[in-house]
Design a protein around this ligand. Structure first.
Ligand SMILES: [Zn+2]
Ligand SMILES: [Zn+2]
Length: 71
């Protein structure tokens, strides 16, 4: 597990954080995702810049957090 990942998300006693057998499929367990953000330069040209953010789906834990409504 990457040292940059969190141990747990904001939830107390999160059932997803308590299990370590599932990796977040958005960030592949890295806790990071790398979207491309539009950047406008002085001439009004839009270019795309790859940024690195904490994965929002697992809040940086790298653990799968599927919020599936039962039924
Ligand atoms: Zn969690
Ligand atoms: Zn993730």
């Amino acid at each position: 597990m990457d040292a940059r990942t969190r141990q747990c998300c904001a939830l107390t006693d999160c059932p997803w954080c308590s299990r370590g057998d599932l990796l977040c499929h958005y960030c592949a367990g890295s806790g990071l995702w790398r979207p491309e953000m539009p950047v406008q330069d002085g001439d009004g040209m839009i270019s795309w810049k790859r940024v690195e953010e904490e994965c929002r789906m697992c809040t940086g834990t790298g653990k799968e957090h599927l919020h599936v409504a039962a039924g």
